[in-house]
Design a protein around this ligand. Structure first.
Ligand SMILES: [Zn+2]
Length: 87
């Protein structure tokens, strides 16, 4: 999988966390260590969307689903959504 730069600040490289893998990464997380934005990989597709196109109703369940495998920093301070209110 080709990992691109952060769409917000163009930071490179990004961090990759793999949750489920077959021939491709099925589910995982891409993290920008500079701005702490995180991007989900769902159904083998990295969703590198700007904040205004993100849906909290879809992204919070993703964080909760994988919370055991996601770094605490992202769970608490990740952008554009995190679990701080919900921990
Ligand atoms: Zn960034």
């Amino acid at each position: 999988m080709e990992i691109l730069a952060c769409p917000i600040d163009k930071h490179y490289p990004l961090e990759l966390y793999v949750f489920e893998e077959k021939e491709e990464i099925v589910e995982g997380l891409i993290v920008c260590p500079k701005c702490l934005r995180w991007y989900p990989i769902r159904d083998e597709i990295p969703e590198m969307l700007p904040d205004e196109l993100r849906k909290e109703s879809e992204d919070l369940p993703f964080l909760k689903k994988w919370r055991e495998k996601i770094p605490e920093k992202i769970l608490l301070e990740g952008k554009p959504f995190n679990l701080k209110r919900n921990v």
